[in-house]
Design a binder for this molecule. Sequence first.
Ligand SMILES: [Zn+2]
Length: 205
Amino acid sequence: MARGRYAGRHGLTIVTTTLHCCTFSWTVQSMSNPLVEYLKATKSLDTAATEFMWRDADSHLTFTGPHAKASFRDGDYKRRDNNVGVIAVEASKLACANALIPLTPGDADGNWGTGSRFRRALLSLIQPSSMVLDIHGMTDEHGPDVVIGTASGRAPQWLTDCTETALTKAGFVVEVRHTGPLSAGEKTLTWSLAELGHHTLSGVR
Ligand SMILES: [Zn+2]
């Protein structure tokens, strides 16, 4: 995919860049917030759009962190999940994958319903039948250290199996349950992308 700026299918102006397996160039724009400063410092930020950073690796795998910034869910303020923007971007670099995170607080929760600009941006950028890993944070009250879900089992079993195998090999104790302390229910990004034929995993830590 050529480096450049273009309007996505839904009319959003999004900055893209070409990444060749984790080597990339970058430029700095005059934006000032901690996440942008981090991305600049680690050279993860190519060119910042005003709302989102899209890291384009021309991959079928995309990491998303819709809660990297605060938003509103059904009219209620929703605080950001700590560090998920950094995690999504760093994970995408390791996996030579795409990443999409918000850089500014949004008016609609990107993980809730179908009306957010984040969701529209994502759908305008990812390839058909993509795999999307949606990264979130959670508080200690939920119990497990890490929760990975596939929208109530709606993702294919092979995807769950692959994930379990990989994490087990990496030394993690993995328990597969169809219900857990958190779920990717009907209004979540994970669920709605699965409805559109994408393979989705939602992960929180
Ligand atoms: Zn979240």
